[in-house]
Design a protein around this ligand. Structure first.
Ligand code: SAH
Length: 283
């Protein structure tokens, strides 16, 4: 029973009437909620949640009204300004408001915009970070977002902007040149264009890539591919968003770190996928 899980004693903040807590729900697995998120779920009068928030997480707030504020069934998503103003109104009614967003609210989640509107309307806010899909989702696929033998930097990019197009402000050529590992959110729709831009800028067609769909949920699926074949392979696979695309050699580490496969009884495919020799922990 989730509601019998105690929070360790301590001074947990109280969600007061008239406040809005803007909280990340993580990528899906309820076990990846933070303790602050659980504390918030327990106290809220209203939970306003997005499409990427797993329904199971709402079970942690049975006392609260649940309001859906996302896109579903092809309907356009609720207007961002309407959502922000709804939060202002609910707080004005004296509700304890929990605004729950997938992953981390400040990572491609428009959390900054919502928080700004709240502050502009003098609504007191607390921000509760969450585990972002581009980090936690890859970890559930056995892909370390940084790995000493592969990358000392990582670039997070969004595959489309407000208009739904590939962001025109992004200089894909410099990203291709300057980023050892590229993690792409919302990249499925324009994968062909994105991969094409990276290839045009000189990334090798053989570069390892992974597509991690519905990461950390029971429906997680992982496709291992290469930059040259990624768009085609995604088309063939029938995989659907939400998905994180990862471009870079860290994807190879899945051959040894696919821990979910190992739980299911599979042997690691390759104990030394980067060919560094073993033991890998030396020096
Ligand atoms: N704030 C969120 C990102 C919101 S943007 C975060 O920090 O994770 C929405 C995009 O996030 C999706 O299109 C997808 O690229 C990614 N995403 C979110 N949850 C995901 C999941 N469980 N599996 C794979 N990708 C996910």
């Amino acid at each position: 029973m989730t509601d019998s899980l105690p929070l360790p004693s301590g001074h947990w903040p109280e969600l007061l009437p008239g406040w809005v807590w803007l909280c990340g729900a993580g990528p899906g697995d309820p076990g990846l909620l933070t303790l602050h998120a659980v504390n918030a779920l327990r106290q809220a009068d209203v939970v306003i949640y997005d499409a990427l928030v797993q329904e199971a997480i709402l079970d942690w707030a049975p006392q609260a009204e649940h309001i859906y504020a996302g896109k579903r069934g092809g309907k356009p998503s609720a207007n961002q300004r309407d959502i922000s103003l709804r939060l202002v109104d609910l707080a004005g009614e004296g509700k304890r408001v929990l605004r729950l967003k997938g992953g981390d609210p400040f990572v491609f989640g428009r959390g900054g915009e919502e928080a700004q509107t709240l502050v502009q309307h003098s609504v007191p806010v607390r921000i509760i970070p969450g585990i972002s899909a581009g980090i936690g989702g890859l970890a559930y696929a056995g892909i370390p977002v940084t790995h000493r033998d592969v990358n000392q930097s990582v670039t997070f990019v969004t595959g489309h902007d407000q208009s739904g197009e590939t962001p025109s402000s992004l200089d894909w050529a410099s990203i291709a040149r300057g980023s050892q590992v590229i993690v792409i959110y919302m990249g499925m729709k324009h994968v062909e264009r994105i991969a094409g831009a990276l290839l045009d800028a000189g990334r090798p067609a053989s570069e390892p890539c992974a597509v991690v769909c519905s990461a950390t949920t029971g429906a997680q699926q992982v496709l291992e591919t290469t930059l040259g074949t990624m768009a085609h392979d995604i088309g063939q696979s029938g995989l659907e968003p939400p998905a994180i695309l990862c471009v870079g050699r860290s994807v190879l580490m899945r051959q040894v770190l696919d821990w979910q496969g190992m739980i299911a009884g599979e042997a690691p495919r390759n104990l030394d996928p980067l060919g560094r020799g073993r033991p890998a922990e030396s020096a």
